[in-house]
Design a protein around this ligand. Sequence first.
Ligand SMILES: Nc1nc2c(ncn2[C@@H]2O[C@H](COP(=O)(O)OP(=O)(O)OP(=O)(O)O)[C@@H](O)[C@H]2O)c(=O)[nH]1
Ligand SMILES: [Mg+2]
Length: 297
Amino acid sequence: MTHRSGFACFVGRPNAGKSTLTNALVGSKIAITSSKPQTTRHAIRGIVHRDDAQLVIVDTPGLHRPRTLLGERLNDIVHSTWSEVDVVGFCVPANEKVGPGDKFIANELRKIAKRTPVVGIVTKTDLVGRQQIADQLLALQEVMDFADLIPVSAVDGFQVGQLADLLVERLPEGPQLYPDGDLTDEPEQTLVAELIREAALEGVRDELPHSIAVTVEEMLPHEGRDDMVDVHAFLYVERPSQKGIILGHKGERLRTVGSEARRHIEALLGSKVYLDLHVKVAKDWQRDPKQLRRLGF
Ligand SMILES: Nc1nc2c(ncn2[C@@H]2O[C@H](COP(=O)(O)OP(=O)(O)OP(=O)(O)O)[C@@H](O)[C@H]2O)c(=O)[nH]1
Ligand SMILES: [Mg+2]
């Protein structure tokens, strides 16, 4: 049997369902997801292990019209990722019209399609009827020539396995790239920071989701207890008024975010967690090169 290995990346507008689909393929939550646009802020690798192949999926930020330096950095990540992979999956949700944002992405992808096959993926099929799925496949076909076209749902699992087959077909023959059992190469500290950000995104709106950044400063065994880890983290916002919203009345909202995040971190680490979470204002960090660098962009 030939063994294939290589990289596929998912691209698409913000909120198209790229990270949810990555998690469904990997079979584990390695990327955070939310109903807010631009949830993903770096290229995250998820690894699918099969007997005949190892498929590394690179989930990327949603491609959009940038309004801040952060937005430009996120788009740069997408461009540098899709030029390095063996196959690209272009994700378009079944329940939204194929629009100018998608056409813009198609135009960009056409430039690399000579070298790299592009698979069109209609996501979130569970939200619409069969006719609308068919119409969306046709509409997507109009925007560019795809190597393949497939409808999927990450939520009910519709054709997720078939999508893996399609992507694997496009990989070169090669050996395993990651050890058995590795689902991602994200550092634990990054995963923890992301879980805190995901909890903080819940229930905030407008500009606030964009303004939130999280760093984990330190993770240490809890003194005198070997079944507990202390996590020291900062949640950054851009303005004092946003700090008030995140904290909530008498700090109640932040406590809710903290306990929600802690539940997920405990599941990730497999141990009890003491989460020490503080809110800080980093004025206009999305537009400030120095602060962006400090936050890892
Ligand atoms: N019903 C349904 N909802 C989905 C599906 N996939 C994703 N969603 C929802 O769509 C929203 C966006 O999903 P994400 O996976 O975060 O989207 P994304 O493309 O990674 O977004 P960015 O990281 O912001 O670019 C979330 O609320 C998901 O729960 C799906 O197959 N079915
Ligand atoms: Mg995402």
